[in-house]
Write a new protein. Structure first.
Lengths: 268, 291
């Protein structure tokens, strides 16, 4: 390629600055407010800059519990997606079978169906089998969009391994389960990591199902933040919680930085 | 080459069971509800296609549909060209480009109900950075009561949220283009436009079709963010399809809500079907080109 001229370099610098400004402005606002006392507290005057909001998070049992609630169902969802997704991904990578394309089509349809469309029947169904207010319910329902993602990501990683790898293991006398645990899982460990991270994050940011399935208890972090909006909202506390809710996502971006486009791939 | 073996279904069984429970079963329930008038879950009366007839002919539905279509059209025509442009800049910028790529990914991992909270604080005229700046510049920004301003806020917020998706997928596609392609084009003396038209664009059509599908469905059915900004107001000017549905559910009109859900699901299904058909046609076309 030819070397870029000075005009291009200037244009690029301005474009990057504008883009960074757009992305960072709401984040800066959030972080700024999270360090300001927006309501008077004991011994802390209004407008003082400090850690009062963060201290208040840990002084409020409901907020601390909500962080745990969120972590529990998100991790449960990741475990479910990997456990059910890995064998399915292996099947799609290695075999063709009657109805495979229809199954993929259905997964794609459910992956892009907006949660609000299925929220009513899921609530009624889950209420009948006692899965409302339980982390298991949310973990299950988040499989609706995370299981397809896990299967697509894992399938790509398994397809990259030559079939001879499986056949050697089977000749060595491995059964399918022992092949999975001894050979396949170690060989696609990076893929499992990538799939786990994306399931984690998509479950973490989802709020429609998380709201309707936590009527009275087990409220996750995002809903605990919503509950903070009252007649006199402590917006600083809201922002401190928001900063907390951003942390797992930021860590995730760093861990999957080389695979970041994978979370949005689609297989037909 | 993949072998044909129907025993593979045993491996798919756990995943299929989960999908049936959280996807297919609720879908059948919603289909069943949509043919009934439901006072309570014990008092259910068959009404056939009445709800559908009512929805299809109601001016409320037409208005929401038009608003959702307009929102999607605006969102796509802003985000797709902007995202491609940013991605083209980023691929040529080495390490700096990678840093910017991670930066545009940040909004994608923000919990959805936090995004409107962040933006409402940003444009708050007393405490927000953007709000104060607009007051200082003498711009009267009133998202609560001026429909145009609500729309602007929604489009800007949605662009902030999703631009990263367009950039990331386009970036991945562009960085997969081998250098010799560019060298050959340079030898031929191809213009920048010709390089884009004949080398870059064909390579990203696959990635772009995915972006189009994801962005269309998500913007067409926008709910959490739009509701939190102005609850469909001012006077219904930002009531999109999903907000209508949310209201029916909150009003316990299960029959109408179910029929609306089915109509939306059919729209999504049609879009997905079109996407799959187009993708397969393109694949077949490429395979024939290689032969």
């Amino acid at each position: 390629m030819t070397k870029p001229g000075p005009a291009f370099l200037w244009f690029r610098a301005v474009a990057f600055a504008a883009l960074a400004l757009l992305i960072l402005l709401p984040l800066a606002q959030t972080i700024l407010l999270s360090f300001i006392a927006t309501l008077p507290h004991d011994g802390v005057p209004l407008g003082e800059i400090g850690l009062v909001n963060y201290r208040n998070i840990f002084a409020t049992p409901a907020l601390v519990a909500s962080i745990w609630n969120a972590l529990i169902y998100v991790l449960l969802n990741v475990a479910l997606c990997l456990a059910a997704g890995l064998p399915a991904a292996y099947a799609f990578a290695r075999f063709r079978f009657t109805g495979d394309r229809h199954f993929l089509f259905l997964m794609l349809a459910f992956r892009v169906t907006p949660p609000v469309v299925l929220s009513l029947p899921i609530f009624i169904l889950f209420a009948q089998v006692n899965l409302v207010n339980s982390p298991v319910g949310i973990a299950l329902v988040h499989c609706l969009f995370n299981l397809p993602i896990a299967i697509w990501i894992l399938e790509r990683f398994i397809s990259a391994i030559p079939r001879a790898f499986d056949e050697t293991a089977f000749i060595d006398g491995h059964t399918l389960p022992s092949f999975f645990f001894r050979h396949l899982i170690p060989a696609i460990a990076p893929g499992i990591g990538v799939a786990a991270f994306f399931c984690f994050i998509f479950s973490w940011v989802e709020v429609v199902f998380a709201r309707i399935l936590t009527v009275t208890g087990g409220k996750p972090m995002t809903m605990a933040i919503n509950a903070l909006f009252t007649f006199q909202t402590d917006i600083g506390l809201v922002m401190a919680m928001t900063v907390f809710s951003l942390l797992p996502g930021l860590a995730m971006i760093w861990f999957v930085r080389n695979h970041i486009s994978r979370g949005f791939e689609i297989r037909t | 080459m993949r072998l044909h073996d129907n025993r593979a279904w045993f491996l798919v069984l756990p995943a299929a069971a989960v999908m049936v429970f959280v996807g297919l079963l609720p879908l059948v329930t919603v289909l069943n509800f949509s043919f009934h008038d439901i006072f309570s879950l014990d008092q259910v009366y068959w009404v056939g296609m009445d709800w559908y007839a009512e929805i299809i002919t109601s001016s409320r539905f037409h208005a929401s549909l038009l608003r959702s279509l307009a929102f999607s059209a605006i969102v796509l025509s802003v985000q797709i060209p902007l995202g491609i442009g940013v991605a083209l800049l980023l691929v040529r910028s080495g390490r700096m480009g990678l840093v910017m790529l991670l930066l545009v990914a940040v909004p994608l991992v923000v919990p959805w109900n936090m995004i409107p909270v962040m933006w409402l604080n940003l444009v708050n005229p007393r405490t927000g950075l953007a709000g104060l700046a607009m007051v200082w510049l003498g711009i009267g920004f009133d998202y609560k009561f001026t429909a145009l301003h609500t729309w602007i806020l929604l489009v800007v917020m949605d662009t902030w949220h999703w631009l990263g998706l367009v950039v990331i997928l386009s970036y991945a596609a562009f960085s997969g283009i081998p250098q010799p392609y560019y060298q050959a084009a340079a030898i031929d003396g191809a213009s920048r436009l010709a390089v884009f038209r004949h080398i870059e664009l064909p390579r990203v059509t696959g990635a772009l079709s995915i972006v189009l599908l994801l962005r269309f469905v998500d913007s067409f059915m926008i709910y959490t963010e739009a509701f939190a900004i102005n609850a469909g107001g001012p006077s219904g000017k930002t009531t999109f399809l999903s907000l209508d549905l949310g209201e029916e559910i909150k009003g316990f009109s299960y029959g109408t809500a179910a029929a609306l859900s089915m109509v939306y699901f059919l729209i999504v299904l049609t879009v997905v079907w079109a996407f799959v058909t187009l993708t397969e046609n393109r694949k077949r076309h490429q395979e024939r080109a290689i032969e």
